[in-house]
Each structure stands twice: as C-alpha cells, then as structure tokens.
Design a protein around this ligand. Structure first.
Ligand SMILES: *[C@@H]1O[C@H](CO)[C@@H](O)[C@H](O)[C@H]1NC(C)=O
Ligand SMILES: *[C@@H]1O[C@H](CO)[C@@H](O)[C@H](O)[C@H]1NC(C)=O
Ligand SMILES: *[C@@H]1O[C@H](CO)[C@@H](O)[C@H](O)[C@H]1NC(C)=O
Ligand SMILES: *[C@@H]1O[C@H](CO)[C@@H](O)[C@H](O)[C@H]1NC(C)=O
Ligand SMILES: *[C@@H]1O[C@H](CO)[C@@H](O)[C@H](O)[C@H]1NC(C)=O
Ligand SMILES: *[C@@H]1O[C@H](CO)[C@@H](O)[C@H](O)[C@H]1NC(C)=O
Length: 193
C-alpha cells in the first residue's frame, strides 16, 4: 500500500515536472509544409538542412500567439535581427515559459509573416523572396523552430553555438535535484503515514 502511494506520488510529480519543463507542441500541416519548403530552399543553395529546434519552436508558438492580436500589415516590423530583442512586451516571460536562457538567443533571428489563411505558397514566398532570404541563405543558422496562429507564421532560426542555441535556462544539475526533491518528499509522506 505504502509502495503504491509512493509510486503514484512520484508518477504525479514527474508528470507535473515534465509538463512544466517541456511544453508539448505539435507541428501542424502548414508548419510542416513550411519546414520542408525552407529546407528545399537550403538544398537549392547547397546548404545543410535546418534541424528542428524544439525550444525555438516553443518560442515561435508563443510569439505567434502574441502577434495574433496585431494587424496583419507590417509583419516585418516584428522581426528581430541578431543581437536585438524583439519589439514587443513581455518577451522575457515568453522565454521563461519555454525555459530558454535569454543569453542563448542573442544570435538567433525571429522572422514573422502574416498571410491570410496561411496559404502555403504565399507563406514560403514571404520567406524566400523577401528581406528574410538572406538569413535562410546563411550557413551560420543551423536550426529552425516554427509556430503559427491564425494568419501568423513565425520562424525562429538558431545557431549551433551557445549564443544562438535557444537552450534551456535550467541546467541538468537543477533537473536532477528536482527529481531528488520529489523522491525525498515522497519518502517523507511514506514515513509519516
Ligand atoms: C533536406 O530537406 C529536403 C526538403 O524537405 C529533403 O528533400 C532532403 O532530402 C533533405 N536532405 C537531407 C540531407 O536530409
Ligand atoms: C516597436 O513597434 C512599434 C509599433 O510597430 C513602433 O511604433 C516602435 O517604433 C517600435 N520600436 C522599436 C524600438 O523598434
Ligand atoms: C546572462 O549573461 C549575463 C552576462 O554575462 C550574466 O550576468 C547573466 O547571469 C546570464 N543570465 C543567465 C540566466 O545565465
Ligand atoms: C507575402 O504574403 C502577402 C499576403 O499573401 C502577399 O501579398 C505578399 O506579396 C507576399 N510577399 C512575398 C515577398 O511573397
Ligand atoms: C546565397 O549565398 C550564396 C553564397 O554566399 C550566393 O552565391 C547566392 O547568390 C545567395 N542566394 C541568395 C538567394 O541570396
Ligand atoms: C555548427 O555548424 C557549422 C556550420 O554549419 C558546422 O561547420 C559545425 O561543424 C557545427 N558545429 C557543431 C558543434 O555542430
């Protein structure tokens, strides 16, 4: 009985922990299409394909949620070049929600477009035939994360260096100590019951 309680408690805490740290997201069809399209562009420029960066994708999803409230014009105004923070409020909160260390975003770029109903051909063209193309054609970007909301599509390009990886704020040590705390708490509950 005690063992069952302990197991259930641990399971519950691990699930909670997982939900907090690894926001689940699923690419929708428009996002998958764009990912393929961008890599088609990379191939035609003889550059390696982008790899999927799930932290960047989490952030792209949050950015798209924010942009959804804004008018579709001037989408390019909300892009951010390397070294610049994007021009909207609460960006740091979005980083927190995706468990990203802001220091690991400096070299990345955030590229939003707004296309009615996210028509796939128009979306891809908005990336490959615009001022964004120079980023797609740059070998220092190695990863991409994509998010969308209604008419907005957001692509975040990451590098494979620490200053552009969009990697987590939490260290492995911190994660392990969380598990240990859960275990300790579980044992405590068992010993008093
Ligand atoms: C790169 O992506 C394109 C488009 O999705 C795909 O056709 C190609 O096979 C990929 N290349 C590699 C090396 O994975
Ligand atoms: C941020 O965007 C707003 C609205 O588009 C614009 O008025 C403002 O000048 C921008 N600020 C910066 C620092 O780019
Ligand atoms: C980011 O870098 C600054 C300057 O190097 C440092 O003071 C700060 O602690 C770093 N932030 C995080 C969350 O690592
Ligand atoms: C981007 O999409 C908009 C809306 O469909 C379209 O009017 C515009 O021509 C596109 N721009 C590029 C560069 O493809
Ligand atoms: C991409 O970069 C290559 C090499 O720097 C250059 O030759 C090519 O013209 C660029 N293509 C575009 C579309 O910018
Ligand atoms: C990072 O990307 C560059 C350019 O694509 C590549 O030459 C290098 O080997 C990569 N480094 C790591 C650690 O993956």
């Amino acid at each position: 009985m005690a063992f069952l309680k302990l197991s259930l408690l641990l399971l519950f805490m691990l699930v909670l922990h997982g939900v907090r740290c690894k926001p689940m997201y699923h690419n929708n069809d428009e996002e998958d299409d764009l990912f393929e399209g961008l890599n088609g562009y990379r191939s035609s420029s003889n550059l390696p394909n982008f790899t999927e960066n799930s932290n960047a994708a989490c952030l792209a999803e949050k950015v798209a949620d924010k942009l959804d409230a804004l008018s579709c014009e001037n989408a390019f105004d909300y892009s951010s070049a390397p070294g610049n923070k994007p021009n909207f409020t609460d960006f740091d909160k979005l980083l927190d929600k995706c468990d990203i260390n802001g220091n690991n975003t400096l070299d990345g770029v955030i590229l939003p477009v707004c296309v009615p109903k996210l028509d796939p051909t128009a979306v891809l063209s908005n990336y490959t035939n615009s001022q964004y193309a120079k980023y797609l054609n740059d070998s220092s970007y190695t990863g991409a994360g994509i998010g969308s909301e209604e008419n907005w599509m957001v692509v975040i390009l990451s590098t494979n260096t620490s200053t552009g990886s969009f990697s987590s704020a939490a260290s492995l040590i911190a994660n392990i100590s969380n598990y240990l705390a859960a275990l300790f708490f579980g044992l405590l509950v068992i010993s008093v019951s």
